[in-house]
Design a protein around this ligand. Sequence first.
Ligand SMILES: NC(=O)c1ccc[n+]([C@@H]2O[C@H](COP(=O)([O-])OP(=O)(O)OC[C@H]3O[C@@H](n4cnc5c(N)ncnc54)[C@H](OP(=O)(O)O)[C@@H]3O)[C@@H](O)[C@H]2O)c1
Length: 178
Amino acid sequence: MTARRALVLGGTGMLAGVAAALLDDGWQVVLPSRRRPSMPTTNGHLASWVKADWTEPAALVATVSEALDGPADLLVAWVHREVRVSVLRAVAPLLADGAPVVEVHGSASANPLGGCPDPILPGHPTQQVVLGYVRHAGRTRWLTHEEVSAGVLDAVHRALDGKPPHVHQVGEFRGVAH
Ligand SMILES: NC(=O)c1ccc[n+]([C@@H]2O[C@H](COP(=O)([O-])OP(=O)(O)OC[C@H]3O[C@@H](n4cnc5c(N)ncnc54)[C@H](OP(=O)(O)O)[C@@H]3O)[C@@H](O)[C@H]2O)c1
């Protein structure tokens, strides 16, 4: 059976744990980024890294398309706000019909809650993840990469279960009491 294909944009940094978990589940994972990462590999599966830059979406689509070798069944996107619309629209034709999208937004997109940008790919149910902070002993800190990846994987599983689009908050937001 052909492995399901996932395209993970921005997947070589704090989302490396997401790519590794997908590989572990038998997915073929394509990771475009500017710098070659130490490649995630689990259970003998190796992610396909391709050199690509969000600022050149046409070239990114060409290299990703070759690496995917078929329509992607999942898109996970952690892309800077300034280029998210151009990059997501560019890669949309690489997705299978109805393939879900999981989009990750930094804290600045939380406004403080509910201010996350609208999904932009019609026909692709989109789970949105907004990253917050962890408050501990009167201080705040960033989420760890593990906390971020765990939150994004929750959204990935909701997406793959066909759950309705939802905004997932990971951590807390400044000025919001819990
Ligand atoms: N609220 C929060 O908790 C929160 C929110 C945001 C960030 N953070 C923290 O901030 C730290 C740094 O975040 P970060 O933004 O550097 O994220 P990151 O996930 O560590 O790295 C950014 C990812 O995007 C890729 N990328 C960046 N620019 C690109 C481009 N022009 N074209 C293609 N790919 C590109 C990078 O690969 P290449 O560099 O190889 O291209 C990498 O895969 C994280 O460690 C995280 O803990 C926390």
